[in-house]
Design a protein around this ligand. Structure first.
Ligand SMILES: [Fe+2]
Length: 167
């Protein structure tokens, strides 16, 4: 990390250790968003069938929103004197959002999205706790992103209700 000019708050020299810890969390969040973009893109194109169309249209919009989140995480990493990682550091984790065996199986996609959003919600709550009091800017940013993820999950929980055997 480069030399720091400011002497107060999370950018202070003596906050280096805490800053590096937050950069680590932001880096994980960045990868989660990037993988979500990949998964939502594939799942916004693959599904077949009339009932899939609402889900597909919603995912198409979410791709842009998740890309926006990834961009926010990347910018905050830089502001905290970290380095946004290159693609060789990427490790996939969203096994539950792989294409289903049948492309009309939209319940598989809905459940996968709910799982991805739930993972993000859990992790962003952790970041919010870790930055409470020490890094108000990251804290505020992640609260706003958490709000988006909670909204997504609620929307997809509603989609799942169309399939009575699932809820
Ligand atoms: Fe997101």
């Amino acid at each position: 990390m480069s030399a720091v000019q400011s002497s107060t708050g999370i950018l202070a020299e003596d906050a280096r250790q805490e800053r590096e810890q937050i950069v680590g969390m932001l880096t994980k969040a960045y990868w989660m968003e990037i993988e979500t973009v990949m998964s939502y893109l594939a799942n916004s194109v693959n599904p077949d069938g009339v009932r899939a169309q609402e889900v597909v249209a919603s995912l198409r919009e979410d791709i842009q929103e998740e890309l926006g989140h990834a961009t926010q995480f990347a910018n905050r990493i830089k502001e905290l004197y970290g380095i946004v990682p290159g693609s060789m550091n990427f490790q996939a984790e969203q096994s539950y959002l792989q294409p289903p065996a049948r492309q009309t199986d939209i319940v598989h996609v809905i459940k996968g999205v709910i799982e991805a959003e739930s993972g993000a919600i859990d992790y962003y709550n952790e970041i919010i706790q870790a930055t409470e009091g020490s890094d108000p800017v990251t804290n505020d940013m992640v609260i706003s992103i958490l709000h988006d993820e909670e909204g997504h999950r609620r929307l997809f929980e509603g989609f799942l209700r169309e399939y009575p055997e699932q809820s």
